[in-house]
Design a protein around this ligand. Structure first.
Ligand code: E4P
Length: 221
């Protein structure tokens, strides 16, 4: 499973990229707004830090506008994945950009029917939002299961399931069991994934016992 990080905060991205676990980045207009920075500059900076796909979202709602914005974003770097919403215009734009060789992430997917359309439009990634479904009392992971099952019926299909709106490590584990290709994680969720109280306790014991030996692996005292 690939890990993308879901933030436009360049400091967070630099720090997490150093873990060696980050395969890409997703941003959206709300995340960009939080930075207070120039969108195109932020995308260029992220693309220079992370070599994998970096999603940058269009904000036009008509096909011509989305296509023009998508081309502008794609021109920033070869690893930009243009994000388009799951609307008729978004999917038309997805097809056009895909035909031009640009990666496209179809976002705001909330049903299996929508995910089928995204695949038909040649999306590189489809982003079902699990947390936002959970928020309205619908189990978001059931949607991931459904989409993975459908896509698995068509081995030649290249669209990857990108699990979005992830709220906790449990979402990541469930998505991995289902064979989802990618999960995009808020930085806090990636950090949470490292932790287990028995790891902390076990390490403290090992270090205390080691100290009693008076030894040093690299020599000296
Ligand atoms: C994905 O690409 C979106 O940016 C993101 O996962 C949305 O998550 P949210 O529901 O926490 O805003």
């Amino acid at each position: 499973m690939k890990f993308f990080i879901d933030t436009a905060d360049i400091a967070e991205i630099r720090e997490l990229a150093a873990t060696g676990l980050v395969d890409g980045v997703t941003t959206n207009p709300s995340l960009v707004a939080k930075t207070g920075r120039d969108f195109l500059e932020v995308v260029a900076e992220i693309c220079a830090v992370v070599p994998g796909p970096v999603s940058a979202e269009v904000t036009a709602t008509d096909h011509e506008g989305m296509l023009a914005e998508g081309r502008r974003l794609a021109a920033i770097a070869g690893n930009v994945a243009v994000k388009v919403p799951l609307t008729p215009a978004g999917l038309r734009t997805c097809k056009a950009l895909t035909d031009e060789g640009t990666m496209v992430n179809v976002t705001l997917c909330f049903s299996a029917a929508q995910a089928i359309l995204a695949a038909k439009a040649g999306a590189t990634f489809v982003s079902p939002f699990v947390g936002r479904l959970d928020d309205i009392g619908i189990d978001g992971m059931l949607l991931i299961d459904e989409i993975c099952t459908i896509y698995d019926q068509y081995p030649a299909l290249e669209t990857e399931v990108l699990v979005a709106s992830v709220r906790n490590p449990g979402h990541v584990v469930a998505a991995a069991k289902m064979g989802a290709h990618v999960a995009t994680l808020p930085p806090a969720v990636l950090r949470q994934m490292y932790h287990h109280p028995l790891t902390d306790k076990g390490l403290a014991t090992f270090l205390a016992d080691w100290a009693k030996t008076g030894q040093s692996i690299l020599g000296g005292k």
